[in-house]
Design a protein around this ligand. Structure first.
Ligand code: G6P
Length: 372
């Protein structure tokens, strides 16, 4: 009913709108007044966490994209090698695991069979398993050594939105916590990131207020066959997530690429007026990354692409090459996915609607896949 959907046409729209609160709720009580992380709920003892020599993230679908972003955070803030793999592939290649491996299983439902089987396999190898999950008392947290719950609230739409943002928050918290427990060289940076995280819910709120042009753009592209998504660094998983959303909801051919890989093949796909969404990293900090992506945008535009550029407020360098410009608030590089994903969710939802698709219940998909 309309009431259940909080006045929105679809659960997906309601859940997109709930993201600022979901993000804030997932941070709540986990950072103390001094800016330290208080994750006592992660019942893996600190001495065990200090001994961890490898982190392995397993998940499926959208949660897998959260895992890809976790890798950047874990390796940067803790200097522990981190792998990420689709849960469905994990156990079949006999992965190298042991008591010093920390396996992080990310799942909104806590019932995804592929992820559960990966968890069981990891525990059989003596590894410690931490679940990041949105559903209290579900199977994956019950079978894990510890759980960090995301507090997104129930997610009804099949395509994951608010659960994804809270999975990212949980991944950042775990990475920062590992850094804190192990006393890495990034002490100052960790403090700064914790402060930035505290303001991120407001940034998500601001993005949501500027989505009308994104909806209009989506409607204008309803007759297109293909949309490509490009990103670098954490923008790469964001691009993959943007493409996944479009497949799931709009049933369109959509692909995400690492922008630097473009010249090694995918650039051949570009045809006149083909929409290409580019997620641009902040020009501050890692400016090399930014310069590279600006030339990627020029390259695709020279070949006829219609560029849809998602860039930080104040980033003027992209303006001459953007056929459509979507602004997002400035954030530290690693946190950008929390704001950059939101326009892609809105874009896919609006395109699905324009194409007459069922937004909350896309064809052939299930909210939780309990078979392998
Ligand atoms: C299904 C859903 C996806 C979801 C994936 C993982 O395929 O359609 O939206 O990302 O499962 O779900 P989980 O509950 O494990 O996060």
């Amino acid at each position: 009913s309309a009431a259940e959907k909080g006045g929105h046409d679809y659960f997906m729209l309601k859940e997109i709108a709930e993201q600022p609160k979901a993000v804030a709720d997932t941070l709540l009580g986990r950072i103390d007044a001094a800016g330290s992380l208080t994750l006592d709920e992660v019942r893996i003892p600190a001495p065990v966490l200090r001994e961890v020599d490898k982190v392995v993230v397993v998940a499926c679908g959208t949660a897998f994209h959260a895992g890809m972003i976790a890798k950047y955070a874990v390796e940067h803030w803790t200097r522990i090698p981190c792998e990420v793999e689709p849960a469905s592939e994990f156990r079949y290649r006999d992965p190298i695991l042991g008591p010093r491996s920390l396996v992080i299983a990310i799942s909104q439902s806590g019932e995804t069979m592929d992820t559960l089987m990966a968890v069981r396999h990891a525990r059989e190898q003596g590894s410690h398993v931490l679940a990041i999950c949105n559903t209290n008392g579900s199977t994956i947290p019950r079978e894990s050594d510890a759980v960090l719950y995301t507090h997104a609230g129930p997610e009804v739409a099949v395509a994951s939105t608010k659960a994804f943002l809270t999975q990212l928050v949980a991944c950042y918290l775990v990475a920062l916590y590992l850094g804190q427990v192990r006393g890495t060289q990034w002490g100052d940076e960790i403090g700064a990131v914790v402060r930035d995280l505290s303001g991120i819910s407001g940034a998500v709120e601001r993005v949501l207020k500027t989505m009308e042009p994104v909806r209009a753009l989506a409607r204008s592209l309803a007759a297109k066959n293909t949309v490509l998504f490009l990103g670098r660094h954490v923008g790469h998983p964001v691009a993959l997530e943007g493409a996944l959303k479009l497949k799931e909801l709009a049933y369109m051919h959509a692909e995400g690429f690492a922008a630097g890989e473009l010249k090694h093949g995918p650039i051949a796909l570009i045809e006149d007026d083909m929409p290409v969404v580019v997620v641009v990293p902040s020009p501050r900090g890692r400016s090399v990354l930014h310069d590279k992506i600006v030339s990627n945008i020029q390259e695709i535009r020279a070949r006829g692409a219609r560029t849809i550029v998602i860039a930080e407020e104040g980033d003027e360098a992209v303006v001459p090459y953007a056929d459509h410009l979507i602004r997002i608030p400035a954030t530290p590089t690693l946190l950008q996915p929390l704001v950059a994903t939101v326009p892609l969710q809105v874009f896919a939802c609006e395109l699905a609607t324009a194409r007459g698709n069922e937004v909350d219940q896309p064809r052939n998909l299930a909210k939780s896949v309990t078979v392998e």
